[in-house]
Design a protein around this ligand. Sequence first.
Ligand code: HEM
Length: 462
Amino acid sequence: MTSVTEARTAPRDPLPVVGGRFAPALGFRRNAVAYAAAMWRAHGDIVRHVIGPPGMDREMWLVHHPDGATRLLSASTSHAYAKRDQVHDEISTWLGPGLLTAEGEEWTRQRRYLQPVFTRAAVAGYADLMVDEIEDVVAEWDVSHAPTVDLSVLMQRLTLRVVVRTLFGDSAEGVVTHVRSSFPTVSDTIIRRAFVPVRLPAWVPTARARRGRAAAADLFAVCDAIVESRRGGRTAGRTDLLGRLEAVRDSGEHLTDDELRGQVLTFLLAGHETTSIALTFALHLLGRHQDVQDRVRDEVRGVVGDGRPTAASAAHLPETTAVLKEAMRLYPSAPFIGRMAAVDDEMLGHPVAAGTTVVVVPWTIHRHPGVWADPLVFDPSRFSGTGARPEPAHRYAWMPFGGGPRGCIGQHFSMVEAVLALAVLLRDHRVTALAGTDHLPVTSLITLAPVDPVLARLERIG
Ligand code: HEM
């Protein structure tokens, strides 16, 4: 494999096509993470597929090196790539318009009006509400006396409640149930349709399309209820996401009902599942490494004492933050970041034709032995600057939040939320993982997903 420092300037011969015309799509649909990792091991840092029958085929390249991420995402070169790849296309078909899928001037307009909701000052203002929701979820668990938990279920509940309360000013009862039952169906529909050799139009009434449409309608109804409850005046005038959207509309800027609902749905989904995955795997790894967990607990008790953590205290928990970053390295919530080449370009020295789907793979970049020392070892000291395996200098060696102009708008929000959640939970509880390995089987819907429940024992301690 290529070293992270190797220069990539001279164009090379065209890449060979790998895997035939149908097997890659099937491999991706079966388990995208396992398939991409196997192709990387077999073929190296850049892998070219041509999918579908001749005349209806399309190219998909998988890129497993941080230099490829620089080209695809950074401000100086990302204009050559658009979000019109199959996955984003399906996301906007099934979930409606929103910041995640918008393009060009429309994206610039949306990002400008949404940015104020995610500044450091705004996020600091949400910290108290975040801690309220986190404490409530932990207290519910405390009274349930169920020692064994599925961390992914508990963390999904926690992050969904935080997002609904902080960004929409509402309570999440009802929302949790609907999102849990309907989002996996929509997500599955999106991924399966994105990776078929030949795509049927979304209106063709197959059984899958019918199920997808019913689940999407359920999510739309949840969003409409959130918007409606604000109109009812209970939390009118707030400066959260919903308040911002309504202020934009009141200012006379064009904002259709579809766009309002699309943004609510975008932030409801993008804003909880990703952070939930990060927390689930951080707790699993802490539950396997009790020495690290003890150090985190000591740090939290040293900073917070018996009190409530705040945005200010979250900034003074370097060990806790390092654990989260290391968990996100091993288990990036977004294991794939895709684009479509809008013009002819080059990728790691190979010519890419306009229309090619190029997918950068944080999952393999984060496990690349030419980039990270002992990549499969859980070692948070990489990020606290105290250990023997320092974080590589390459900007895209660690890239769970993507990067460049389309980097995650919620990065600071989610880091503060996740540090606060670990602080509240670990201050008074011990987590013991029940799986006998750091490395759990995963798959990928739109985001990373554990194949099995992530079981742990949770006990209250003095
Ligand atoms: C651990 C938590 C999170 C991770 C790992 C994560 C990851 C990402 C990644 C990789 C992207 C870029 C996708 C691309 O380039 O195609 C992204 C974009 C985005 N994220 Fe996050 N995210 C997280 C939390 C959040 C939160 C909490 C929110 C909102 C409350 C959020 C909202 C968004 C939105 C709206 C975009 C699209 C931004 C744009 O295109 O301008 N994310 N996220």
